[in-house]
Design a protein around this ligand. Sequence first.
Ligand SMILES: *[C@@H]1O[C@H](CO)[C@@H](O)[C@H](O)[C@H]1NC(C)=O
Ligand SMILES: *[C@@H]1O[C@H](CO)[C@@H](O)[C@H](O)[C@H]1NC(C)=O
Length: 405
Amino acid sequence: MAATRACLVSLVVALAFLFFFEGTAGVSEQDLRQVRSFLKRVNKAPLRSVKSPDGDIFDCVPVSKQPAFDNPLLKNHTIQMRPFYHPGGLYDDSNNVLHPITQTWHQNGRCPENSVPIRRTKEEDVLRASLVNWYGKKRPKNILKLYPVSSDVTSGHQHAVASSSLDKYYGTKITTNLWKPTTETAQDFSLTQLWIIAGSYGNNDLNTIEAGWQVYPAMYGDANPRLFIYWTSDAYQKTGCYNLFCSGFVQTNEQIAIGGSLSPQSVYGGSQYEFDILIWKDPTGGNWWLQVGSTIVGYWPSSIFSYLASSASYVQWGGEVYSPPNAGQTSTQMGSGHFPSEWYGKASYIRNIQVVDSSSYLRLPNGLGLIHQWPNCYNVQNGTSSNEWGTYIFYGGPGRNSKCP
Ligand SMILES: *[C@@H]1O[C@H](CO)[C@@H](O)[C@H](O)[C@H]1NC(C)=O
Ligand SMILES: *[C@@H]1O[C@H](CO)[C@@H](O)[C@H](O)[C@H]1NC(C)=O
């Protein structure tokens, strides 16, 4: 099933290469030189930097110097600082979020106007991910592409997601509550996201736009939930990456840092902290814009895509856990780590799920399908309500347990 397939392949990109590096003793001089030249390319010269309490450094890079403009496809691109058009609709409740989340680094400062905050990639990040080996020995010329594709795209991934039916889509909007799922190992990840999909995996022309929050210790060096984005235009072959690791996404805003940690997290049986993600295709210009909460963060230029230059054919929403294959069932949590049957206050949810139609209008999705390969490990349930919950799902689970050995 195409939707399942697309779902399965997403976010896998980093994984084949993310096994822990055992100290730096084995790193050759040549590898270190490669890492440093890579870092020189991804870390642009900042106007100033902000050190976050969680240890991250955010470089405030001039808008015009951001990584996007290294992309040959964007050579003649004129940056668009704001969208021409914002979708309309009945359920636009961006101001209705009960307990909004914030970004941790804001505690220590902000970036000035006309700059964008970029999470600095450190030498140990690259070494930890063991990218040195791969880049250094196999495809040294490709070092700019931090997270290349795996040929094995299904093993190790578990999903509990809802999928739209096949149609033409121009965006989606969700509200999701934030958690801090634990991962069994640092190589495991746990995420909540949306997928905007066109093309097909089999033809190597799958186009995706992805956004959400993830816990991924091997990538970020800690277990905090972080805002992330992803894109590809060729089924994760040569194009695309997480966050701003490659050139593609154009950031226009100085407030929100992609890859930055989010807080506070929801409390089991207590306060629920949530935020909105809205992605829509601007009918004028054709770019796909990202809004987080009430902040417009930037856009994926239409010109980096093939199918998504016109429209998407599916949208999906939900959770995914990855654990390296052959390690047995992982106890990495999805969402809150509790099953959807526990419902509000205890399970993770994505509520007020809407899609953007061809008139740039937000509306309820038709015919949701649920995908849960191992419901005794991680599950998903849908529901509808006439209030601001609209169409929603509860999803997640603990992973390994007596019914999920
Ligand atoms: C950029 O503009 C030049 C000059 O008009 C043109 O030759 C080139 O093909 C353009 N490149 C892209 C990627 O559009
Ligand atoms: C779940 O989704 C299916 C398919 O769209 C729908 O038929 C069903 O009514 C939904 N369940 C609830 C409780 O909304």
